[in-house]
Design a binder for this molecule. Structure first.
Ligand SMILES: [Zn+2]
Length: 256
């Protein structure tokens, strides 16, 4: 059975007009999970599910606490909490700080409701069995704790960097993946700043990484608003010979 990934959003930082920040729905063997829920992703997710209360969503994976990757998790919480009576929990895999952000947007007594809406397990940790997938995760360098994630099912591997700087672990994360989703905030790396760690990736580096990892397809994402996306593809193709996709809202990719 083929899996399908639908792009909810591909902007980094904040969404461009008509677009959304990071979000990817993966559907496989009747199971639906979403990777990240940045600004503007929730209405698109609900549209895909054809449910105002996100019925049909089985799991959420959030890489880190930055709002462009998780703020619509709060909207999802409200849809389940306010829109349903005694809803079945949705599995949530995320760093603990993500839960804290959702709670912080509510009245103090909302914390217990967050626990009732989501059944939470920490990242990076595991591996976990998530529907038809095994979810593995790895800590990556960023401004805050962040997890790269790798989902493996029979005959299918999808890996996702989330939001990270360069790191040797990224090769293993995407090793042999059918689809490697890599943040490509800018087309090429910024000039080096002495003493400052690199905490973002570029499209050029994403291409190099996908090539070294032996990934089959590369999905470029997390574009800073105003980025020339075609230039990003050109930069990635300098080193990666496989298919390169752009994280444009509404794009669907069938795998493997
Ligand atoms: Zn971030």
């Amino acid at each position: 059975m083929r899996a399908r990934i639908t792009i909810l959003g591909g902007c980094g930082g904040w969404p461009e007009p008509g677009r959304a920040c990071s979000g990817f729905v993966i559907e496989h063997e009747g199971y639906r999970l979403v990777l990240d829920l940045g600004y503007g992703t929730l209405p698109r997710l609900l549209g895909l599910l054809r449910s105002a209360v996100a019925d049909g969503l089985d799991a959420v994976v959030i890489t880190h606490e930055h709002a462009d990757h998780m703020v619509d998790l709060h909207g999802l919480f409200r849809a389940r909490w306010l829109g349903l009576t005694d809803p079945p929990t949705i599995a949530l895999y995320a760093p603990e700080s993500v839960l804290g952000k959702v709670v912080a947007l509510e009245d103090p007594e909302a914390a217990e409701h967050v626990d009732a809406v989501f059944s939470w397990l920490p990242l990076p940790a595991g591996p976990y069995e998530v529907g038809p997938f095994t979810l593995e995760s790895v800590a990556l360098p960023h401004h805050v704790p962040t997890a790269g994630v790798r989902l493996t099912a029979r005959g299918l591997t999808i890996a996702y960097t989330g939001d990270t700087g360069p790191d040797p672990a990224l090769v293993e994360l995407g090793h042999g993946a059918d689809l490697y989703i890599v943040d490509a905030t800018h087309p090429t790396p910024p000039p080096p700043a002495p003493g400052q760690p690199r905490l973002l990736l570029s499209a050029a580096e994403a291409g190099e990484l996908a090539a070294i990892a032996g990934a089959r397809r590369l999905l470029l994402s997390h574009f800073w608003p105003g980025t020339d996306r075609e230039l990003a593809v050109t930069e990635a193709r300098r080193s990666f010979a496989g298919e390169v996709y752009l994280a444009d809202e509404g794009t669907m990719i069938e795998l493997p």
